[in-house]
Design a protein around this ligand. Structure first.
Ligand SMILES: Cc1ncc(COP(=O)(O)O)c(C=O)c1O
Length: 387
């Protein structure tokens, strides 16, 4: 059967390939340390699970409005005001099947065929393919370890052409853990404002920042920033709710309306019980969020301390998310080779940086127990000493 052209530009997520291989090895009894996975290893907090169960048992299992339950959008509106200093009315908020659909919707609603979208690399794997699905052209801008894996205003300005429509920012970042400061964001907004470039701000890791670093919402910087920005967030990382498929997009009224119309013909809305669970997450006790963050911080500190003492690699201390980007240039291996050898020789799974647009790095995720992390790092060290 002949496929549509758009499918030829899109590949299935490369981060899943190594995960699948590691799981296969584990299934046949091999002692694999999987440091590749991109989801919290915690269970969804009990009171949130309970809200989902109650919803099902009370028969709350029918269609909801495509934009999401009014009560949930109200709760999101309040959360954005309280946590992010953002004024979005419920009518500007659309609940989605995860932040993934929120990003895809935002791109579909604003990017025309042949529009260019600037994406700083290393990037989250889905951004370039999302842009291609919409008919746009991803313009990848390489950031450097020396600059903490962040795009500078100069790089942004240099990458701009008359076709530029959007820039995608992800702070804290998957895969680098980089968090942009207010000053850095202000400079990027200044460049965006010169040509009215839309800023898609994916803030899914917002709750996971360490030491005294705090994630700043781009749209909160100024009225200009607010008018240019589409804010994306969700429940997967903050509340360990990956499988509930719950996220949202907050945007200027006309964009929100367009996204609602698009979504009404696709998924319509995410599952009704998931939305009830989302209300419980936002309105309930936030203790679990802090506890998970504290545990991630312990792991981040341990991982960074160990990696910074290992030979033949380089590492920047990440300020957020649950990933570390490891520079492997000195090993003279491609990122795929490095990961294949590490998995077959030492049974440690990492993700090749090529998946994120940088072949001189590999990504380590510390979203797993400290025991597995310790064992994995011992093995990585042995691998690097013998490489
Ligand atoms: C940067 C980034 N954005 C969005 C998502 C999607 O999250 P969700 O589970 O809410 O769709 C992920 C998931 O890994 C991510 O890393």
């Amino acid at each position: 059967m002949e496929l549509a052209a758009r499918t030829t530009h899109v590949t299935s997520s490369p981060t899943l390939a190594i995960d699948t291989k590691a799981k296969q090895m584990k299934a046949v009894g091999e002692d694999v340390c999987n440091l590749g996975t991109g989801e919290p290893d915690f269970d969804t907090p009990e009171h949130i699970r309970a809200a989902g169960i109650v919803a099902i048992e009370e028969g709350f299992t029918r269609y909801t409005p495509s934009s999401g339950l009014a009560e949930l959008r109200e709760a999101i509106s309040e959360k954005l005001k309280k946590d992010n200093d953002l004024d979005y009315k419920p009518s500007q908020i659309i609940v989605t099947c995860g932040a993934k659909q929120a990003c895809m919707n935002a791109i579909l609603a604003t990017v025309n065929a042949d529009d260019e979208v600037i994406i700083p690399a290393p990037y989250w794997v889905s951004y370039p393919d999302m842009v291609r699905v919409a008919g746009g052209e991803p313009v990848i801008v390489e950031t450097s370890e020396a600059n903490g894996w962040k795009i500078t205003a100069e790089q942004f300005a240099d990458a701009m052409t008359p076709r530029t429509k959007m820039i995608i920012l992800n702070s804290p970042s998957n895969p680098t853990g980089a968090v942009y400061s207010r000053e850095e964001l202000e400079k990027l907004v200044e460049v965006a404002d010169e040509e009215g470039i839309i800023i898609l701000s994916d803030e899914i890791y917002e709750k996971l920042t360490y030491d005294d670093v705090k994630a700043v919402s781009v749209a909160s910087i100024s009225q200009t920033a607010y008018d240019l920005t589409i804010t994306v967030n969700g429940f997967s990382k903050a509340y360990a709710m990956t499988g509930w498929r719950l996220g949202y997009v907050a945007a200027p009224e006309n964009v929100a309306k367009a996204i609602d119309a698009l979504q009404s013909h696709m998924t319509a809305h995410t599952a009704a019980p998931s939305q009830k669970a989302g209300i419980a997450a936002l309105k309930g006790d936030q203790q679990a969020v802090g506890d998970m963050k504290d545990e991630f911080q312990v792991r981040r500190d341990y991982v960074h301390d160990r990696l910074s003492k290992m030979p033949n690699i380089s590492v920047v201390k990440p300020d957020g998310a649950f990933y570390v980007m490891i520079g492997i240039e000195r090993t003279a291996l491609t990122s795929q080779n490095f990961c294949d050898k590490l998995l077959s020789r030492q049974k440690v799974a990492l993700v090749p940086g090529i998946a994120f647009g940088n072949d001189r790095t590999v990504r380590l995720s510390y979203a797993t127990s400290l025991d597995v992390i310790k064992k994995g790092l011992d093995r990585l060290e042995e691998f690097l000493r013998s490489a």
